[in-house]
Design a protein around this ligand. Structure first.
Ligand code: CA
Length: 226
């Protein structure tokens, strides 16, 4: 089982890393949400352990962004804040469980195991079909006519954004947030270039075209007869 820990306090991160490894997990750690996003785009994890208070983007914003780009990996939040409001906010943002500091390591392990059991039950059932396209978010796989479409992390982020908003127009801003992150400024035609790249792999080789551009509005992915 592969776990990503995002925690900016070095001592806590080391403590979690050691403890989770001792419990038999494989662990990767990041010190910021921005780093966490990049790591999630490049690797597949079975669960994420996220500190809420991080420098720059916080843990809640990180989960919000992951969820909107189609990453359904279970999330355990760790936080110094114990106000009920914050707990609710954490879960609303797409977190699956919440532990308040100070927590004990066995408790973290127990909660993670519970999350992984739950995730395992629903993970395989998730599957989205659009015409001849099949998306399996759990395994980050997209195929058309039974053929796997090999996408870069950015292309995958864009594709999953479109698939999460099936039949809805997605704006340039939504694309920038999902592909590059909230705090980035993006060069003039980067969005168009990214859309073009995705189209070249996901649409061009196939007869049925699924991605449409609405000039000045955004792009939409849908079956042609929808
Ligand atoms: Ca922190």
């Amino acid at each position: 089982m592969n776990i990503l820990v995002v925690e900016d306090e070095l001592k806590t991160a080391r403590h979690l890393d050691r403890g989770l490894r001792a419990a038999g997990f494989e662990v990767q750690t990041c010190a910021s949400a921005e780093q966490g996003l990049l790591t999630c785009a490049a690797h597949r994890f079975d669960a994420l352990v996220l500190d809420v208070m991080l420098p720059g983007m916080n843990g809640l914003a990180l989960v919000h962004q992951l969820r909107s780009s189609g990453v359904a990996t279970p999330v355990l939040f760790l936080s110094a804040k114990d106000a009920t409001e914050d707990r609710i906010k954490g879960l609303n943002e797409g977190g699956d469980d919440y532990l308040v500091k100070p927590y004990s390591l066995p408790e973290v392990v127990a909660r993670l195991r519970a999350l992984l059991r739950r995730g395992g039950q629903t993970g395989n059932a998730q599957r989205v079909e659009v015409a001849d396209l099949v998306w399996e978010p759990g395994s980050r796989r997209i195929s058309r006519m039974g053929k796997h479409v090999d996408l870069t992390p950015k292309e995958y982020a864009l594709a999953s954004l479109l698939l999460n908003h099936l039949g809805e127009v997605v704006s340039r801003n939504q694309i920038i947030q999902a592909v590059w992150g909230l705090r980035t400024t993006v060069e003039g035609n980067s969005v168009d270039v990214q859309v073009l790249r995705l189209r070249k792999k996901l649409d061009d080789p196939f007869e049925t075209k699924l991605i449409r551009t609405l000039r000045g509005v955004g792009i939409v992915l849908e079956a042609p007869d929808a």
